[in-house]
Ligand binder design. Structure first.
Ligand SMILES: C[S@@+](CC[C@H](N)C(=O)[O-])C[C@H]1O[C@@H](n2cnc3c(N)ncnc32)[C@H](O)[C@@H]1O
Length: 286
């Protein structure tokens, strides 16, 4: 007998919850929406619909992957960030809502929508930070740097998908070797997790997300030390660097970054009230 949508959703949510998935009911809906090609929000109105056997089979396969703790965003292949739809693969970190704090901060610093800014994004991953800012500042251009060839391919595809390919370029390079600009705005969400903390992370992160996007040495600060050496060279005299930090890292990250010559000018909190990003300027400038 064919299952109804409602029964399939309930069974999937129970299976995911039993597997330790926090967002079991939501994920059950997102996966079924993906299989049926409909907005997951509309499924509540379709609980009595019959699920065709082929759709039921595909749904079962996706629920099994999620129950094995593969992230939903990798299964469906995309994730929303800044209300834009980004393609994601296991080559890139899944964009986090907390990182929208960097976009908000950058847009507040450069409030003129018509400004023609040169923007750099170090460790661009999916390209989410750079592309969100370029979307909001239509006369600005930008470059995204990542050491991962897979990430550069995903970011390039995202620029095309969002209609921003003409204003965004992506370059595969270790940021320590990049020389270009100078730039009005430098964005970076670098890796900042202590290597010793990796084993304690949820399987979605530990097993599936790229370790080069997560870990930054024994104290989690290696990327800030490395960025400290290049940010002053790449930033215009009146430019601003907006850098993401992990919870509780503000003072240490500021100290690493200012050792390279930049001056911390502000800290910004995310929606949970956690200090999430630093704003830095050239020393001796306004
Ligand atoms: C935390 S992820 C951030 C991705 C994306 N910007 C975001 O906010 O979702 C960090 C990214 O930095 C890249 N990365 C780490 N060290 C790098 C280096 N030395 N040079 C270039 N890219 C680097 C990683 O490959 C990864 O894509």
């Amino acid at each position: 007998m064919n299952a109804a949508v409602g029964a399939a959703l309930d069974a999937a949510a129970a299976r995911l919850a039993a597997a330790g998935v926090d967002s079991a009911r939501l994920d059950a809906r997102v996966l079924l929406g993906h299989v049926l090609g409909v907005d997951p929000g509309t499924l509540a109105l379709r609980r009595g619909d019959v699920l065709a056997p082929d759709a039921a089979g595909r749904y079962e396969a996706l629920v099994a992957r999620r129950a094995a703790r593969e992230p939903t965003a990798y299964i469906v292949g995309h994730r929303e960030f800044w209300s834009l739809d980004f393609r994601v693969t296991p080559d890139v970190l899944i964009p986090r809502p907390d990182s929208e704090t960097l976009v908000e901060t950058a847009l507040a610093l450069f409030a003129d929508r018509e400004a023609a800014l040169d923007v750099l994004d170090l460790g661009t991953g999916s390209g989410c930070l750079l592309l969100a800012v370029l979307h909001e500042r239509p006369r600005s251009r930008g470059i995204g740097i990542d050491a991962s060839a897979g990430a550069i391919a995903v970011a390039t595809a995202n620029a095309a998908r969002l209609g921003l390919a003409g204003r965004a370029n992506f370059v595969m390079r270790n940021w320590a070797d990049y020389r270009g600009g100078p730039f009005d705005l430098i964005l970076s969400n670098p890796p900042y997790i202590r290597v010793g903390e990796l084993a304690g992370l949820a399987p979605e992160v530990r097993v599936h997300e790229p370790v080069a996007a997560l870990a930054a040495g024994a104290d989690g600060l290696d990327a800030y030390r490395s960025l400290a050496g290049i940010l002053p060279v790449l930033l215009k005299p009146l430019g601003r660097a907006v850098v993401e930090i992990g919870a509780g890292q503000a003072a240490e990250a500021e100290s690493c970054l200012s050792a390279g010559g930049l001056r911390p000018v502000a800290r910004r909190r995310d929606l949970a009230g956690v200090e999430r990003c630093l704003v830095l300027a050239q020393s001796g400038r306004q």
